[in-house]
Design a protein around this ligand. Structure first.
Ligand code: NAP
Length: 309
């Protein structure tokens, strides 16, 4: 029987693991499909306190895991496939193994949002990607025109990163201004290789018949006019969807699937706590996720202490 099980290995999950481990609770953490979470797919993280020169996203997560393990956290590669939170102890099934636990911390994060086009789906990994850091350096994108969709920090970061590889980077955004932070906007729009395409949406990825990306069809939402942009890659950076499907109907969530805590990190099910991007649609920063992970672990610890009094 576990005292604390944590689902997710991003900033929230690993910080929860660190705090729970230091409270002698020997937490068991399931990494999910992407150990280290979304931050491992970014390049340099410049806004995590304590790293004045910035830190590589992957390296930051490796360090967090080592720190948690140093105090006794057990990090297990695996995905939790089903949960029964109807009674104590909670029962989880992960990669065929059943685990019982007194408390659960959900830090499952969020995944990349898709445009929802059939051609996008068909050309995924054939030129359509959701991670410039992971795929940008592939030979197929070298010295070729590339397209990034989105207007937030992710889109700006992806576009800037891709200027290393592409001949030109078109930044297609559905409005005429970016929602990214000021410093990112300035950096992005000042770059000679980045060409913004305002007020536009991608309506089709070309060319499904050829089995690779040769361009995108773009529609101007103000004029209705359509044209094609030739490119070898489409990088979609339009935000995220919380990884909470497993808890639907059991844990309270909003219409977009973000878990809504009852108070602090506590959910509507006593003993189940939540932290990070799967419950935060406002801040979504590495440092806020870490803070929420800390809060969830402290609450789990207090819950266990109160039960055993
Ligand atoms: P975001 O801020 O939610 O931005 C998503 C962008 O995609 C918006 O510009 C949105 O357009 C657009 N969009 C959404 N759905 C779309 C659709 N179906 N078709 C076309 N465009 C669509 O997401 P994000 O950029 O991934 O950032 C998420 C959070 O992480 C933010 O809090 C951000 O600050 C943070 N972040 C920080 C850094 C950093 O500090 N270095 C880096 C990356 C991310 P509208 O503008 O019209 O809504």
């Amino acid at each position: 029987m576990e005292k604390v099980v944590i689902i997710g290995s991003g900033c929230a999950g690993l910080t929860a693991a660190l705090y729970a481990a230091r409270a002698n609770l020997r937490p068991l953490l399931f990494t999910g499909r992407q150990p280290g979470g979304l931050l491992t797919t970014t390049s340099i993280v410049e806004n995590f306190p304590g790293f004045p020169e910035g830190v590589d996203g992957y390296e930051l997560m490796v360090r967090m895991q080592k720190q948690a393990e140093r105090f006794g956290a057990r990090v297990q590669f695996g995905t939790v496939e089903s949960v029964d939170l109807s009674k104590q102890p909670f029962r989880l099934s992960a990669d065929g193994e059943t685990v019982e636990t007194e408390t659960l911390i959900i830090a499952a994060g969020a995944g990349h949002r898709h445009l929802g086009l059939e051609s996008e789906l068909k050309l995924e990994n054939k030129g359509v990607t959701y991670c410039a850091t992971c795929d940008g350096a592939l030979p197929m994108f070298r010295d070729k025109p590339l397209v990034v969709v989105g207007g937030g920090d992710s889109a700006c970061e992806e576009a800037t990163y891709l200027t290393r590889f592409g001949s030109v980077v078109y930044l297609v955004h559905r409005r005429d201004s970016l929602r990214a932070s000021k410093i990112m906007i300035e950096r992005t729009l000042a770059h000679k290789k980045i060409k913004p395409v305002w007020d536009s949406t991608v309506t089709e990825v070309l060319d499904v018949a050829q089995g690779k990306v040769t361009g995108v069809r773009v529609k101007n939402v103000k004029t209705g006019s359509e044209n094609a942009i030739e490119c070898a890659g489409l990088f979609v950076a339009i935000g995220h969807t919380p990884n909470t499907a497993l808890f639907k109907g059991v844990i309270h969530m909003d219409d977009h699937g973000y878990i809504v805590p009852r108070h602090g990190a506590a959910t509507n099910v006593p003993g189940v706590f939540v932290a990070g991007d799967c419950s935060d649609r406002v801040y979504r920063q590495a440092v806020t996720a870490a803070g929420l992970g800390c809060a969830a672990a402290i609450e789990a610890e207090r819950f266990l202490a109160a039960r055993n009094e």
